[in-house]
Design a protein around this ligand. Structure first.
Ligand SMILES: NC(=O)c1ccc[n+]([C@@H]2O[C@H](COP(=O)([O-])OP(=O)(O)OC[C@H]3O[C@@H](n4cnc5c(N)ncnc54)[C@H](O)[C@@H]3O)[C@@H](O)[C@H]2O)c1
Length: 373
């Protein structure tokens, strides 16, 4: 008899159940009371996720639905990524709206009866913005600006704007970038993010909602819209397929974070007292997940010995930054549950169990390589 394949859930139990530490229960209860006073005790907390059909949007949707929130997704499906939301459509508290965040009429309609907003939409990453600079400007500068302009006077509670640690660019080898560190965006992508951050943080005193900026580390992990154009996912897939992996600038540091941990953090910000998060910026990740590319290759090769890896220096992407996550750890008691090694194991398991199929023939589906929709 053949061995029965090991069963596995892709959601680690500690990431979901040990969610809110006991020390935060009073803070969450006070915030829930404030929200009940604002909207009425029976009002559903409905979150509009702009860009909710993307790689990070799907785990955030799943997590918030699980926590009892209603979710409305507004997405343009630029990668023909409709299948990402297919599994949510039968959920009674889920709605999908096809549209561009830069279309004020559609956005205003999507904002109807919403309590909070999470902004994830954009052309994401250096390569796609470099390849399509005009489209990147239309989305990451113009549409995002229109979107931010529409948010006032909708009786919203919180608005979470998702930015990136890429804003730190290249920093000294012995430095750790905290939130006050000088921003040094090196790419079109990061420059647009810095401008959008400044715009949303510049609304103080002018708007009736509470914004928070989260500077995300580089994401990894399995999700319904898988992205293999991200370091941990890409290295794992290439080596699992026994291809020779070419690594540029193996010594360079970046922080990484699992998509489910981002979902936990967004939930935490939504639940936290406004005094702790309003007009605040947080680096989103954990110190233990700062790695060099070489570290990541080593972690994959421990699991897949004997694979071929080549190294090259001086690529056209000079980013090199270690990030401090002390503020999110001390102020929001947030520590990622998943390590990079956990993420590699998860992706290997998903590949081996055919949860990620035709990764070569459907390349454009599995990453931000080309604009399709
Ligand atoms: N993935 C990472 O490693 C990472 C790291 C740091 C920050 N972030 C940030 O997290 C957010 C989500 O990233 P992701 O990895 O899920 O990217 P993604 O490309 O998978 O998702 C982006 C989504 O936005 C949608 N979209 C694009 N333009 C739109 C528009 N004009 N109107 C409506 N929808 C539009 C796309 O269709 C897509 O579904 C982005 O803001 C990104 O900058 C991601």
């Amino acid at each position: 008899m053949n061995d029965i394949p090991a069963a596995k859930t892709l959601v680690p139990s500690n990431a979901m159940t040990a969610d809110i530490p006991e020390s935060l229960h009073a803070n969450f209860a006070a915030e829930a009371q404030r929200v009940a006073n604002k909207f009425g005790a029976a009002h559903t907390r409905r979150v509009l996720i702009v860009g909710g059909a993307g790689y990070i949007g799907a785990p955030v949707t799943e997590y918030l639905l699980r926590q009892g929130y209603a979710v409305r997704c507004l997405d343009r499906l630029v990668y023909n990524n409709a299948s990402t939301v297919a599994g949510f459509l039968s959920h009674p508290d889920y709605e999908f709206v096809l549209g561009d965040m830069g279309d004020a009429a559609i956005l205003n309609k999507a904002l109807d009866d919403v309590t909070d907003v999470v902004i994830l939409a954009g052309l994401v990453g250096d390569p796609i913005t470099k390849k399509f600079p005009d489209a990147a400007h239309d989305v990451n500068d113009v549409a995002i600006s229109t979107c931010i302009d529409q948010l006032a006077d909708h009786n919203l509670n919180k608005v979470i704007f998702v930015s990136t640690c890429s804003n730190y660019g290249m920093i000294a080898e012995d430095a750790m970038a905290d939130e006050d560190f000088e921003l040094n965006p090196l790419s079109l992508y990061a420059k647009s993010k810095v401008a959008a951050e400044r715009k949303i943080l510049g609304q103080k005193g002018k708007v009736d909602y509470h914004p928070t900026v989260l500077r995300f580390a580089t994401a990894f992990g399995f999700a319904p819209r898988m992205r293999f154009d991200l370091t941990v996912n890409e290295f794992t897939r290439e080596l699992q397929q026994d291809k020779e992996l070419l690594v540029y600038d193996g010594h360079t540091w970046r922080p990484y974070c699992h998509v489910h941990d981002f979902a936990r953090l967004i939930h935490r910000v939504l639940g936290f007292g406004v005094g702790d998060v309003s007009f605040e910026v947080f680096n989103a990740g954990g110190d233990k997940n700062n790695h060099t590319k070489q570290n990541i290759v080593d972690l994959v090769c421990e699991r897949l010995p004997g694979r071929k890896v080549a190294y090259k220096e001086n690529s056209d992407d000079p980013r090199n930054y270690k990030v401090s996550f002390e503020k999110v750890r001390t102020r929001l008691c947030f520590e990622p549950a998943m390590s990079v090694a956990d993420g590699i194991d998860e992706i290997l398991w998903a590949l081996e169990n055919r949860l990620l199929q035709d990764v070569d023939s459907r390349r454009d589906f599995y990453g931000n390589y080309n604009l399709l929709g």
